[in-house]
Design a protein around this ligand. Structure first.
Ligand SMILES: C[S@@+](CC[C@H](N)C(=O)[O-])C[C@H]1O[C@@H](n2cnc3c(N)ncnc32)[C@H](O)[C@@H]1O
Length: 233
């Protein structure tokens, strides 16, 4: 009989495969859209908030790293860094299997991550569009509180709650057309719920209750997404 850990991992993999629809296409989408998430604004923020807290040989953790594009990028920018990605979707793990030296992957389910990392050993954690894919992010936040050094920075960027009309503005589906197939409507509304899990204040509330001090919270994309920067107390 499989142990509980393996069962939970498989359940999350199944849930993610459904959410991502076509795994390989989603890998490509994540690669193609990387520079939109890690854009000039992000690197300005990195230079002002994250780079100053890095130690000489920093440990940088990327939660839900996908194909590991951030890991490659950050190693180029900080050649002394140990860049660690956490991931569990099989197609993402396959896409991240040829990472350069200094980059590594931990296969773990973020719903209950027990990472092989020492207490107070991580300089910066990045969670880019990952928390909304989880049933609950509390265990992840608590594990980051354990792993981060005091004063270490936790960057969270994600979808946040927004009105349906705003969400549909990006959809090509004719939602109110009677001919639109039911399964396409169902898929769209399931994704709407998944992309509307938390408000920006909910994310800040959870960070503040897991040992972080929120330094800034900024709405993005007309309030449909948000970024938060928190410091471990
Ligand atoms: C939307 S992608 C973002 C990828 C990357 N962070 C980026 O911004 O390019 C979210 C990633 O988080 C991973 N993920 C979601 N839930 C997870 C979980 N419970 N455990 C581990 N990885 C998870 C997914 O498999 C996926 O690769």
């Amino acid at each position: 009989m499989k142990d509980k850990f393996q069962q939970n991992l498989q359940q999350t993999q199944t849930m993610l495969a459904k959410h991502h629809r076509d795994g390989e296409a989603f890998v490509q989408l994540m690669k193609d859209t990387y520079t939109g998430r890690f854009n000039d604004d992000f690197w300005d923020l990195w230079n002002t908030r994250m780079a100053p807290v890095l130690s000489e040989s920093p440990v940088i953790l990327d939660l839900g790293t996908g194909p590991g594009t951030f890991l490659r990028d950050i190693r180029k920018r900080h050649p002394q860094a140990r860049a660690i990605g956490v991931e569990c979707a099989e197609y993402m793990l396959a896409a991240a299997n040829d990472l350069p030296e200094g980059c590594e992957i931990i296969t773990a389910d973020l719903h209950d991550p027990q990472l092989p990392l020492a207490d107070n050993s991580v300089d910066v954690v990045v969670a880019s569009v990952v928390l909304h894919e989880m049933h609950q992010p509390v265990r992840t936040l608590q594990e980051m509180q354990r792993c981060l050094k005091p004063g270490g920075i936790f960057y969270v960027m994600d979808w946040v709650r927004a009105p349906l009309a705003q969400y549909l503005a990006d959809s090509e589906l004719a939602v109110f057309d009677r001919q639109t197939p039911g399964e396409e409507l169902e898929d769209l509304f399931i994704h709407f719920i998944e992309h509307n899990r938390f408000s920006i204040d909910d994310l800040a509330f959870m960070l503040e209750n897991t040992g972080f001090h929120v330094l800034e919270k900024t709405p993005l994309k007309e309030g449909r997404m948000a970024r938060l920067v928190a410091e471990k107390k």
